[in-house]
Design a protein around this ligand. Structure first.
Ligand SMILES: [Zn+2]
Ligand SMILES: [Zn+2]
Length: 76
């Protein structure tokens, strides 16, 4: 038994994610909430590969282009 560190749910099927530190979650929704970075342009959670340019992270090549980062393509 463990407690989700995001919503506090005490649940018998929690799982751990090691991302530098050890985290405990009861659902992927909570894990994404805690760990997924935000797209710099539209603010959505980047849960796929995302695209990175000059230290900035975007959810897709379109957002990167709109934000002024050119020459990027989705690397799915
Ligand atoms: Zn939770
Ligand atoms: Zn975006």
């Amino acid at each position: 038994m463990a407690r989700c560190e995001v919503c506090g749910n005490d649940y018998d099927k929690t799982f751990e994610v090691i991302a530098g530190d050890r985290h405990v979650f009861d659902s992927f929704e909570c894990a994404i909430h805690a760990l997924a970075p935000l797209c710099e342009h539209c603010g959505c959670r980047v849960i796929g590969h995302g695209v990175e340019s000059h230290g900035r992270l975007f959810c897709c090549a379109h957002c990167a282009a709109v934000a002024g980062e050119t020459g990027l393509r989705d690397r799915a």
